[in-house]
Ligand binder design. Sequence first.
Ligand code: ACO
Length: 401
Amino acid sequence: TFDIKTLHKQTGYFTYDSGFAATGACKSDITFIDGGKGVLLYRGYPIEQLAESSNFMEVTYLLMNGELPDAQQYNDFNHLISRHTMVHEKIRSFMKGFQYDAHPMAMMMSVIGSFSAFYHDGMNVNNAEDRKMAAIRLIAKMPTVAAAVYKNYVGQPFMYPQNKLGFTDRLLHMMYGVPAEDYVISPVASKALDLLFILHADHEQNASTSTVRLVGSTGANPFACISAGIASLWGPAHGGANEAVLNMLDEIGDVSQIDKYVAKAKDKNDPFRLMGFGHRVYKNFDPRATIIRKACHEVLEDLGIVDPQLELAMRLEEIALKDEYFVSRKLYPNVDFYSGIIYKALGIPVQMFTVMFAIARTVGWTSQWLEQYETPDTRIGRPRQVYGGAKTRDYVPLKNR
Ligand code: ACO
């Protein structure tokens, strides 16, 4: 028998697994996915039950600590988060340097990275209390930064966090409130956002979480780790898909054009893909998509919105689900296919969609980063490669080339 950790030393061999489709890079007790059966559990609890009965702050506590809180723990946790929502005033000055049309994810990534220069006591990653404080700060301050990014985008003054409000309401207030005016938070918007945050809170070793773990494995500053996670989330094959779905629906424009775009998606010489379709792990259905599809219809009905883009999306879904190409490859609508439509209904600009995702996923990223430090055999992440370049050759001086 071989020890996997030293296999390469004993045999000279290692595996080639492009995209890490079959490589477990860590041990984790946080989230379980059975892609074949469409199962998603947070700490053992089915996502359907959490979506139905829990709320984002409770789920945050669960993911971070492993158990649901009792009433006292829940209150204390909410209080702790609300005490850390403010950002350093100099961060606001830093943000003023951005152009008004800077992409919100670019701002988010830089501002969270800049936290490593502002919150030094989160720097000692070998101290458990410091690590926990860094995680709390990240979760608490993400909405404040996200709302500031939104205000920069729409050109309105920054709103300070109202700490008597709950997590989701506080975010809505900071985004849509304006100074000297009362802002009434819509319960429909608050409930929908909270649900989206629950569904996006963690998803095992996806690209951005693996990025956070890889950076974290070097002992790097936690704010730098989460900034790297935000960069990874931004791509259209990952969290950026919710933005890409709306852009795609815009491009298709009308139901009469669907066949043309479905044909493009099937053409291997055309880089176009149907955004919001397919998933690396879910090969039957994405359980989050089932929950969100229902919520999407409810939100539009409650807010009285008739959205032609939703009608287009439904028609696209219908056609793609019958098409042999999509059926044989098990390409089903994923969570991002519907989340963008809800965000749009709540009045959130398309460029902010992935920022909303990042607020929720910060909980998963920080929980996994904390777990990494508590797992005894965590080692620096250091994949190998299959080299296909030139064989050894002699240097030729410039004058002879
Ligand atoms: N449209 C058209 N064809 C597709 C699509 C799509 N959206 N997704 C996959 N395919 C095809 C591939 O071309 C490939 O076909 P082939 O076997 O004939 O070569 C086959 O389906 C398998 O696809 P892979 O690329 O191997 O699947 P992979 O697991 O690597 O990629 C991914 C998964 C990135 C999600 C992919 O399906 C995709 O790009 N989807 C669109 C982007 C998207 O919605 N991303 C969000 C993911 S969920 C999230 O991050 C929260």
